[in-house]
Design a protein around this ligand. Sequence first.
Ligand code: UD1
Ligand code: CA
Length: 483
Amino acid sequence: MTYRPFAAVVLAAGEGTRMRSETPKVLHPLCGRPMVLHVVDALSELPLERIVVVVGHEAERVTKALQEQVSTDVPIEFVEQREQRGTGDAVSCALMLFDDGDDVEDDIMVLPGDHVLLLPETLATLARAHREADAAATLLTARVDDPRGYGRVVRGKDDRVDAVVEHADATAEILAIDEVNTSVYCFRRNLLTPALRRLSPENAQSEYYLTDAVEVLSAAGHRVIAVEAIDPAEALGVNDREQLAAAEGELRRRINRRWMRAGVTMVDPARTYIDATVELAPDVRILPGTILEGRTVVGAGSTIGPDTRLADTVVGEGVTVSSSVAAEAEIGDGSTVGPFAHLRPGTRLGTGVKVGAFVETKNADVGDGAKLPHLSYVGDAEVGPGANIGAGTIVANFEGATRQKNATRIGKDANTGSNSVLVAPVELGEGSYVAAGAVVTQNVPPGAKAQGVPATIEEGWVERKRRQAEQTEDSGESGEATP
Ligand code: UD1
Ligand code: CA
C-alpha cells in the first residue's frame, strides 16, 4: 500500500437511547463480540499510527471492554466527551489529542461505533481513494433500498459531494436520494479542525453534526468525494434492537460462509450460531441448532449438534456432541457426549470417554476410556481411566450441614453399580466394585467390593453438626468433613 499512515477516530460516546437498554449501545454483543470491537477489528488492514476512541456515556465500561478485548497492536487512546452534543462535537474532542505541530497533511479516518459490518478491504479502499484524489474529505457511502433514518448524500458537479443532509432535516426531494452516509470518513486534519468550529446546532436534533463539516468544506471550494461501500450491508448502523438483530444475522452469515469455505459442513447454516471468536478445524460437521460461543475450539472430524451449546469449550478430534450443553470444559479426542449431557466448568474428559444421557459433571477429571453412560452426577471428582460409572451413580460432593464441597477419587477400571451414592470425601480403589444401590461412606480398597446401605438413624445430628461447625469456625480451623 502506497499511502502514508492514518489515525482513526472511533465515536463511541453516545447513549444509544433507541436501544432502551442499561447497557451502552456500543457494548451490545453481536456474535459474542461487543459492537465497538467489530468496528475496531475492521481497521486491521490499515497502517494506523493510533486509534482514538471517544467515550462518554458509561465511559468506564466502554473503555474497559475495549482494553480487555481489543486484538490490534495499534495503540488505543481514549478521550472523554462529557456531554453528548453530537458527532461533530465528538470529533472536536478527539482532535484535542492531536498536536498542531504534527504533519499538516495528515489524515484521520472517522468511524461510528455502531457499524459492525464494515469490511477491512472497504476501509483500505476508502483510505487509498482519499489519498489518491488528495481530497479534503472522502465519505464512505452506500446505495440502499431503505434509506430511512440515514443522512442523504447530495452530489454536485463532477460527482463531488456538496452536502450530507440528515433525515430529520431533509426535504421531500432530498429524502428521495438513495445514497446514504455511512458515517465513515477520511478528513485532512488541518482542514477539518477549522470546519468543525463553524458547526452550529441549529437543526432538528439541536446537535453539532459532523455531517455539516462536509458542506463547510465543499462550500469553501475543497474537494469532497465519496466512495461506495463494497457490500451495501456496511451501511447498516445499529440504533435499535431490530437493526441489532439484522446486523447480527448478516454477521452470522459471513462467519458461517467463512467456515464453510474453510472446510466445515453446516447442514443448515441458517440455524447455526458461531461467535466471531470460535475456531473450527476442517471436516467439522455442525448440525442445526448448534450455538458455539466464546473461546470454543472444535477439532477436525468432530460432529456437533443438533441443539447443542458449547461455551469456552475445547473439543478434540473425532468427537461427537449431541443435544448437550458445556461451558469451560475440555472434551478429548474420540469422546462422545450426549444426548442431554451437561458439562459444567472444570470438566475435563480424556480420550475416548463416553458421557451419556442425563449426566452432569462439574470440576471433574475423567480418564481415558472411562464411561458415564446414564443418569449420573459427578462433581469435584477424579474418574480413573477405564472406570465404568453405573446408571444413576451420584457423587454426593456437597455436605449440607458444613456447606463444604468434598473430593471423590474413583480408581482406574473401578465399577459402580446402578443407583449407588458415593458420599465424599471418598476413594474407590483401582478395579474395585460398588454394588447396586450402595451408599459408600468410606474408602474402598483396590479390588474390594462395597455394598449395602448404612441407613441408621442419629438423633440430634443437625444440631450437633451446626455447633461443631460454629466451634471450628470460632477456633479458625478449616473443619474436617465427617458425613
Ligand atoms: C449518523 C450520521 C448520519 C449517518 C448515520 C449512519 C450525523 C449527524 N449523522 O447518524 O448521516 O447516515 O450516522 O449510521 O453524524 N456519538 C458520539 N457523541 C455524540 C453523538 C454520537 O460519540 O455526541 C457516536 C455514537 O455513539 C455513535 C456514532 O457517534 O456510535 C453515531 O451516532 P448516532 O447517534 O448513531 O448517529 P445517527 O443518528 O445514526
Ligand atoms: Ca447510528
